[in-house]
Design a protein around this ligand. Structure first.
Ligand code: NDP
Length: 247
């Protein structure tokens, strides 16, 4: 397989499990050195690092809760110090707290805003100090950031709508350096956050055109393309990978 990211350095937030772990492994398989952040689960983070190192690439895990602004800023600095530069940022860390909006507490609202929106802003600002010309900034938004069919996701969907507009807007500020900013919008993907088995999964699967959940490696393949040299003219775009949920 040709290594389209050979010599590149990537930072993937929330890269210890789920979609982020698959992205980290795929970017490494494509030739990149990869730093991941995680909040709590050091064992899963170190398993991702070992898997990448076992495949012959460089990797590093940094504990940085996206809620903690200083930790986020310092994670970007640590990644650059350890791996020498930064070419690709993947803003993947995110969370959903599905419940009726009227029952959602202020604490839960703050948590979703602080991880999904403020964390993305602060990480991106810190990364922009280092990211090279022709670099890549990739958000992991959600198909519900554009159109939502599922009750219980009002606040979460609004955070992903914010991520969408952030990506579109930022693309106009950094395009002069050849840096692209895109928003990958997954539909239901089988992870700890959204397991394909169970009551919550049934209605989500039912509204896909393909009648199935997506796999983390399917999202990682799209992110790898957006991170790579063949996507240089794609920017400010929302790239939906949702099995037809929003069709
Ligand atoms: P998971 O909960 O399975 O994994 C989340 C990852 O992010 C873990 O590595 C976790 O590390 C890390 N993480 C969680 N909270 C924080 C935090 N506060 N700071 C830093 N890292 C954190 O989630 P998914 O893989 O399903 O989701 C990844 C992204 O994809 C999110 O932005 C989500 O909104 C989005 N998405 C997911 C969809 C799905 O169906 N799964 C659909 C559409 C979008 P740790 O274990 O240490 O907490």
């Amino acid at each position: 397989m040709p290594q389209s990211l050979k010599g590149k350095v990537a930072l993937v937030t929330g890269g210890s499990r789920g979609i982020g772990a698959a992205i980290a492994k795929r970017l490494a398989a494509d030739g990149a050195s990869v730093a991941i952040t995680y909040a709590k689960d050091a064992n899963s983070a170190s398993a991702v690092v070992k898997a990448i190192e076992g495949a012959g690439a460089k990797a590093l895990a940094i504990q940085a809760d996206a809620v903690d602004i200083e930790a986020v800023r310092s994670a970007v600095e640590k990644a650059v110090a350890a791996l020498g530069k930064l070419d690709v940022l993947v803003n993947n860390a995110g969370t959903a707290i599905p419940k009726p909006f009227e029952e959602t507490t202020l604490e839960e609202i703050n948590r979703m805003i602080n991880i999904n929106v403020r964390g993305v802003f602060v990480t991106t600002q810190a990364a922009l100090k280092h990211i090279n010309d022709n670099g890549r900034i990739i958000m992991i938004g959600s198909c519900v950031g554009e159109r939502n069919l599922t009750p219980g996701l009002a606040a979460y969907s609004a955070t992903k709508g914010a991520v969408k507009m952030f990506a579109q807007s930022l693309s106009r500020e950094v395009g002069g350096r050849g840096i692209t900013v895109n928003n990958v919008q997954p539909g239901p993907i089988d992870t700890d956050l959204n397991p394909a088995a169970g009551d919550w999964a049934t209605p989500q699967k039912a509204v896909t055109a393909l009648n199935r959940y997506g796999r983390v490696d399917e999202v990682a393949a799209l992110v790898a393309f957006v991170a790579g040299p063949e996507s240089a003219y794609i920017t400010g775009a929302n790239l939906t990978i949702d099995g037809g949920t929003n069709a």
